[in-house]
Every structure is written in C-alpha cells, then in structure tokens.
Design a protein around this ligand. Structure first.
Ligand SMILES: NC(=O)c1ccc[n+]([C@@H]2O[C@H](COP(=O)([O-])OP(=O)(O)OC[C@H]3O[C@@H](n4cnc5c(N)ncnc54)[C@H](OP(=O)(O)O)[C@@H]3O)[C@@H](O)[C@H]2O)c1
Length: 312
C-alpha cells in the first residue's frame, strides 16, 4: 500500500487531537480525480469540525483528514472523468463530508475541481476556493447583490470578508466593512468605501441603510444587523440561521447559506484572479506538519485574509 503524509483526527477535541502521520494514499474512483496537493487553505470550519461541532450534520467516519481548500496538480484520473487531464493545475473546495486536503494527496469529484488561476502560485490559489465560493454564493446567489446597491460585510478583513469586499466592488456595489482599526487602510485598498471599527463604534449607528448584510459573526452582530437593512433588504448569514420572525418584523428577508462545491463558480473566480480583479490575501504560510499551529492561529479569530499550509 502506498502512503502519504497527512493530518488526521481519531477523536474530536482541542488542537492536540491533530495527528501528523503516514496514511494510506487514496485512489480515485468513478468520476473522481487524484490531486497531488501543493497547498491547503485553513478555515474556521476545520477547527469547528475538529472540535465536533458539526458531527450531527456531517456524520464523518474517523479517522478523518481535515482541510477543504486545495490547490495542486492532477496526478491520476478515475474512470469516466471527462474534463481534466493528468498534469492540470487545479483548485477546489471539495465535499466537506469526505477526507480533506491536509495531506499530500486528495481524491475529489471532477465536478468539484476547476483549473487554478494561471497568474498566481498554489499558495495563493489555495486561499481562494472556500472563502471565494462563500462570498459568491452569499452576495450573489442568496443576496442578489447588484450594481449600485449597498452592502455591509462583517469581518471584512477575514478570509471570507476580504474576498467579499473585492467581489462586491467588482459587481459595482457600495461596500461597507467592519474591522479593527489596524485593518482599515488594508480594506480601503481592497475597495471598501466605508470601514467601521467594531471595537469602538456601533455599526448600526454609523451605517446608512443597506440592501444586503453579509453576516460572518452571528450572535449580537446578527441581531443588530436587522436595523441597518432597507425595507425589503436581505440578511445573509453563514454562521447561524437568522430568525424568520425577526426578518418579517423588520420588513426584510433572511437566508442562511452553507456553501456547496461548484466548479463553474471556481472558474469565474479564477478568471477574476487572472484579470487582477480579485486578490488572494495570505497572511501566514506554514508547513503541513504545523497544522496544529495553523488551527490555533485561525481559532483566535483575527486572521487577515488566510492561513495556508505548504504541502509540496
Ligand atoms: N456556512 C458556510 O458555508 C461558511 C463558509 C465560510 C465561512 N463560514 C464561517 O464564517 C465565519 C468567518 O469565516 P472566515 O474564514 O472569514 O473567518 P476568519 O478569516 O477567521 O475571520 C477573521 C476576521 O474576523 C474579524 N473579526 C473578529 N471579531 C469581529 C467582530 N466582532 N466584528 C467584525 N469582525 C470581527 C477579524 O478582524 P479584526 O482582526 O479586524 O477584528 C478577522 O479579520 C466563520 O465562523 C466560518 O466558520 C461559514
């Protein structure tokens, strides 16, 4: 049996349950491709799954390889694959219910894989799929954001937020973001028209009504967000389902999004990256063997852009 280096969990718990070890190298099945991982993006969902918060929803079988953001090269094709060839440079946000990308190899359905942006390296490409699809599916699919509309993006300096700011700007929207003061200049350079310091200001007191709120925080931030929406506007959360009753009481709409893999949307994201309309922000690069440190950093909740694991 051929093996590979991988970071797995055998039980749910703190960062100490992550094990860097030799694991069996997977084989691609029908409609699947084997990808040699060059870089794996780190996302909050990784430590949430590690801690067991999503176990009722995802029913993983342990041991499980974590990490669902990948850039790499197609190593082998399973039967009935039609689009990709061995040697293609690809990126993906694979199915989160299966083994992930903190590993030297990952098997992914071909339908979840797109050619990576040509103009950026694997480290930066691995920062795009999960956060980019989240921004796309919340702002455009659920939120229906269009040119001339106003959008409030919470945690605008984070993985999702930093791409959402750029995508909303590309769409022609007026973009408002919340972030700590040290991130304000960074966000203005990404295209934010207004930045609110969530530590010292109450956004609902300083933001004029918006058409769309992207809620990446939940809790009190979500509750206070109803007040900034225009009549008929929409609150889209990726953290917790907003109350339908509260939405109706405020004369607005609500949606909860749990993102899905999408090769066509990844292809759009790659096009925008190559056209320099969308920049992957990578704050920290660590080796695969340092996945524990990467998750500890992610869990602090103050990453600017992304943390990425270098695998090859
Ligand atoms: N449902 C889904 O499909 C889905 C998909 C993707 C992500 N998510 C979830 O969405 C959330 C955000 O993900 P992410 O990858 O963007 O996280 P992230 O990169 O870890 O977010 C870090 C950012 O959060 C900001 N932040 C911290 N506290 C804040 C506050 N009170 N108000 C505003 N900003 C604050 C920090 O900015 P400062 O340092 O400037 O304070 C930092 O830049 C996570 O909970 C994640 O699990 C869900």
């Amino acid at each position: 049996m051929r093996t590979m280096k991988a970071v797995c969990i055998y039980s749910y718990g703190g960062p100490g349950v992550l094990v860097y070890e030799d694991a069996p190298r997977p084989l691609p099945g029908d409609g699947e491709v084997l990808v040699r991982v060059h870089a794996a993006g780190v996302n909050p969902v990784d430590w949430k799954i590690r801690e067991g918060h999503l176990k009722e929803m995802l029913h993983h079988t342990l041991p499980l390889v974590l990490g669902w953001d990948v850039s790499g090269v197609v190593e082998a094709l399973g039967a009935n694959t039609t689009r990709l060839s061995v040697g293609d440079e690809v990126f993906s946000r694979p199915d989160i219910s299966r083994d992930g990308a903190y590993a030297e190899f990952i098997v992914i359905r071909e339908s979840e894989v797109a050619l990576k942006p040509k103009s950026i390296d694997h480290i930066h490409a691995a920062a795009l799929p999960l956060a980019g699809l989240t921004a796309w599916q919340t702002l455009f699919d659920a939120g229906g954001l269009s040119a001339g509309q106003r959008v409030l993006i919470h945690a605008a300096a984070g993985g999702v937020g930093s791409l959402a700011v750029q995508l909303a700007k590309w769409k022609g929207a007026h973009v408002i973001g919340t972030a700590s003061e040290h991130n304000h200049e960074f966000l203005r350079k990404l295209g934010a028209d207004q930045v609110v310091d969530h530590n010292t200001e109450r956004f609902e007191e300083v933001v004029q009504p918006v058409d769309v709120v992207l809620d990446t925080m939940g809790g009190d931030t979500q509750e206070r967000s109803w007040k900034v929406l225009k009549p008929g506007g929409i609150l889209v959360s990726v953290v917790s389902p907003p109350s339908a009753e509260a939405a109706s009481a405020h004369g607005v709409r609500q949606a909860f999004v749990f993102i899905k893999p999408s090769a066509p949307q990844l292809a759009e994201i790659a096009k925008l990256a190559d056209a320099e309309k969308l920049k992957a922000i990578v704050e920290t690069i660590l080796p695969l063997s340092d996945a524990t440190r990467a998750q500890e950093l992610s869990q602090r909740g103050h990453t600017r852009g992304k943390i990425v694991l270098r695998v090859a």
